[in-house]
Structure formats: C-alpha cells, structure tokens
Ligand binder design. Structure first.
Ligand SMILES: C[S@@+](CC[C@H](N)C(=O)[O-])C[C@H]1O[C@@H](n2cnc3c(N)ncnc32)[C@H](O)[C@@H]1O
Length: 161
C-alpha cells in the first residue's frame, strides 16, 4: 500500500481475499495460480487484473517474463515447493523486481529447524506433509542473492463453548 499505483505480482492468489484489497486501492495486479476455479472467483473481484493459470513448480509463465514489479507477494502458497524449488523460484522472481522492489512472503514459517521439529513432534497426529519455511535455512540459501528479513506473527485462535 506504501507506493500508490504500484505494480504487483501475486503468486497463488486463491480467491483474492487479500489481493483484491490492493486492487481496490488502484494497484496494478498480475497473478499466477494453477486452479481455474480460483481464477474464476478472483476474476470477478479483479476484472482488470492479468491472471495466469500456471503451476509454479515449473518456474514462471511466459506472461510475466520481462515484466517488472514493485512488489511480488505470496501468501500460503510457497510451502507446496521443496526448499530447493523455493530458492530457485525466488531467484527467478528477483529478476522481475524494479529497483527497490521487494518480495513479501506470508506463510507457515519457523525461525529455526529445531522449532519446526518441536512443532512437528507436538502435532504429529495432524501434521501435513508440506515444506514449511525455516528462516535461518532460507536466509543462508539466499545470502548471495538478496537481503532477507524474517518476522514471526502469531494468530491465536480461542474457541468459545
Ligand atoms: C491456501 S491458498 C492461499 C490463497 C491466497 N494467497 C490467500 O492467502 O488467501 C493457496 C493457493 O495457491 C495455489 N497453488 C498451490 N500450489 C500451486 C502451484 N504449484 N502453482 C500455482 N498455484 C498454486 C492454490 O491453487 C491456491 O489458490
């Protein structure tokens, strides 16, 4: 929201709950998602956005090659990629950023491998086999490519009976 009318690429926009807020504020939205169902829901909310059907495990699509973005955002999508796939994909995304551009990733993430393992152990009965971010590992793998910052946010849900 900081830069008016900025160019934004959303990876895995889903039903556009988050991206449509940016769209409504006048930002130019391009998006990638491999679900036609998600695309049709998002298109109703963002009729002028360029939404591409594409599986990001194959890299990025022709539609965004050569494009430049102020921000590339992705929420709750990149944990479907292995760490090696994440790094290769992020390295490709860096070439799509304008000067001062940023990639903002919101996902299930842990500061350290030990924290991930402790959480997995505590929740093994209902643990999904996905590839959650470990900040220290991702930072090390990307240290030659870009500056990474990690912030942990907690969502605390309380049930009322
Ligand atoms: C949990 S939803 C998140 C949606 C949205 N970003 C949000 O935060 O509300 C994950 C989205 O990523 C998409 N997705 C998952 N794996 C993908 C892949 N390999 N290529 C493209 N899209 C993918 C799914 O279709 C889905 O729309």
């Amino acid at each position: 929201m900081q830069k008016p009318k900025s160019t934004i690429l959303d990876i895995g926009f889903g039903t556009a709950v988050l991206t449509s807020k940016l769209y409504e504020h006048g930002h130019k939205i391009d998006g990638i998602d491999f679900s036609l169902q998600m695309i049709s829901i998002a298109r109703v909310k963002m009729p002028k956005a360029n939404l591409s059907e594409w599986d990001i495990s194959k890299g990025f699509p022709q539609e965004v090659k050569g494009a430049k973005y102020d921000s590339i955002i992705s929420t709750y999508t990149l944990h479907h990629l292995t760490d090696e796939q994440k790094i290769s994909f992020i390295q490709q995304l860096l070439s799509l950023l304008n000067d001062e551009g940023k990639i903002l990733i919101g996902d299930i993430a842990f500061e350290t491998e030990a924290q991930l393992e402790a959480c997995r152990e505590e929740n093994k009965a209902h643990w999904d086999d996905e590839f959650y971010f470990v900040a220290e590992k991702i930072k090390t793998m990307l240290q030659e490519d870009c500056q990474c910052e990690y912030t942990q946010n907690f969502l605390r849900c309380t049930y009322f009976y």
